[in-house]
Design a protein around this ligand. Structure first.
Ligand code: PLP
Length: 355
C-alpha cells in the first residue's frame, strides 16, 4: 500500500477516485463520459449547482458571499484580486509569510501599492509574525493562511478593520473559522478540495465595483457571479471532482469533524518529531502547520537513507521543498490517520536502526 504525502496535487478520498473514474466511462448512466458533457447541459448545471451549494453549506456562508469556480490556479488570483480591488494609488496591506505571499505581493505591485506590514523573511519564514499594525486606509489585508512550503500556519486569523483577503490554497475547509469575516478567499482546489485545474473563489459581492480601472471581461469577478461561473467553459471535470470531495466531507460531518481528525494527525506526527532523537521540527511550535508538517534530521547525512527507507515502506512524497530541505509530510483532509501512524512507525524503526 502506498501512503501519499505529496503537497499537491495530492491525495483525495478513495471513493472520490472511484466515482470520478466511473464517471469518465459512463456518467450517471447517461452513456456519456463526464469529459464529453456540454457545460450548458442541465446535467452539468446540476453538478455546478451542487458543488456551489455544498461549499456554501460547509463554509456556512451568508447571502453576501458568492462562490465561484474559476480557471488559472491560485496564482491567477495573485493578480485578479488587486486588479478587481485596487486603483493605482490605493494601498493594500500584505503579510509576507513565505513564497506564495511574496508572489502575491509582486503581482499586486502591477495594480496598486502593496505595503508589507509584517514579514517572516528575516528568520527564513520559521514563524508567523506577531506584532504589526495594518494601516486603516489599506483597501484590504492579505494573508496566506497556510504556508505550504515552509509549513507554518496562522493559528489565529488577525482581526483588523480592513477587508480581509486570504489565500487558503493549502488549508481551506481543514478547520473551522468564520469564513463570512473575509472579503475574499481563494484556493487552488488541488489540495483539500479536488483535482487540479479549478480555483475556488469566495467573495463578498459588496467589496466589488469600487474602483475606476477597466477590468478585462474574463477577469472581472462580477461577470463570473452574473454567469454562475459559466462565463466561458468551466473546467468541467475538475468541478465534478470538487463536488464529489465536498459530498464526502459533508457525509463525514463537515469542517468541525475533519478538524478533529486533522488535529489528531498533526499531533501524532509532531509528537513523534519532538520525541524522536533523529528528527527536529523547523517551525516555531505555536505556528506549526497542521497541513504541511516540515522537519529535518539532526544529522543531515541520514536524510537520504531515511527517504529511501520510507519509500521502501510505501511512504511517498515526503521530500521537503528545495527551499526548506528536509522533509514535508502533507496531511490534507483526505489523508487517513492510518497513513500518519505508518509514517510514525517508520520513523521509530529508522531511529532504532540508527542509534
Ligand atoms: C498557498 C499557496 N498559494 C498559491 C499556490 C499556487 O497555486 P497554483 O499552482 O494553483 O497557481 C500554492 C501552490 O501550492 C499554494 O500552496
Amino acid at each position: 500500500m502506498v501512503h501519499n504525502f505529496n503537497a499537491g496535487p495530492s491525495i483525495l478520498p478513495k471513493e472520490v477516485f472511484e466515482q470520478a473514474a466511473a464517471a469518465v466511462l459512463n456518467y450517471n448512466n447517461t452513456g456519456l463520459s463526464i469529459l464529453e458533457l456540454g457545460h450548458r447541459t442541465s446535467t452539468f448545471q446540476a453538478v455546478m449547482d451542487e458543488a456551489r451549494a455544498l461549499l456554501k453549506e460547509l463554509m456556512q456562508l451568508d447571502d453576501d458571499h458568492e462562490v465561484l469556480f474559476l480557471h488559472g490556479g491560485a496564482s491567477t488570483q495573485f493578480m485578479q484580486v488587486p486588479m478587481n480591488l485596487l486603483d493605482e494609488k490605493d494601498i493594500a496591506a500584505y503579510s509576507d509569510t513565505g513564497v506564495w505571499s511574496s508572489k502575491a505581493i509582486k503581482e499586486a505591485k502591477l495594480f496598486g501599492k502593496p505595503e508589507v506590514v509584517c514579514s517572516g523573511k528575516e528568520n527564513n519564514y520559521t514563524s508567523i509574525p506577531k506584532d504589526f499594525a495594518v494601516p486603516n486606509d489599506a483597501k484590504y489585508f492579505h494573508i496566506t493562511t497556510n504556508n505550504t512550503i515552509y509549513g507554518s500556519q496562522w493559528q489565529k486569523i488577525p482581526v483588523t478593520s480592513n477587508v480581509m483577503i486570504a489565500d487558503m490554497s493549502s488549508d481551506i475547509l481543514s478547520r473551522s473559522m468564520d469564513f463570512n469575516s473575509f472579503g475574499l478567499i481563494y484556493a487552488g482546489a488541488q489540495k483539500n478540495i479536488g483535482a487540479a485545474g479549478v480555483n475556488i473563489v469566495v467573495v463578498n459581492k459588496n467589496i466589488l465595483g469600487k474602483i475606476k480601472r477597466n477590468i478585462p471581461t474574463i477577469m472581472d469577478y462580477r461577470n463570473h457571479i452574473k454567469e454562475g461561473s459559466m462565463l466561458n467553459t468551466p473546467p468541467v471535470f475538475a468541478v465534478y471532482v470538487c463536488m464529489l470531495t465536498l459530498r464526502w466531507l459533508k457525509a463525514l460531518g463537515g469542517v468541525t469533524a475533519i478538524e478533529k481528525i486533522n488535529n489528531e494527525k498533526a499531533n501524532l506526527l509532531y509528537n513523534e518529531i519532538d520525541a524522536n532523537p533523529l528528527f527536529k521540527g523547523t517551525i516555531a511550535a505555536e505556528d506549526r502547520s497542521k497541513m504541511n508538517v516540515c522537519f529535518v534530521m539532526h544529522n543531515s547525512d541520514l536524510e537520504e537513507p531515511f527517504l529511501n527507507f520510507a519509500k521502501e515502506n510505501g511512504i511517498i512524497g515526503i521530500k521537503g521543498h528545495r527551499l526548506s530541505g528536509g522533509f514535508r509530510a502533507s496531511l490534507y483532509n483526505a489523508m487517513p490517520l492510518h497513513s500518519v501512524q505508518v509514517l510514525v512507525e517508520v520513523m521509530q524503526e529508522f531511529a532504532r536502526q540508527h542509534q
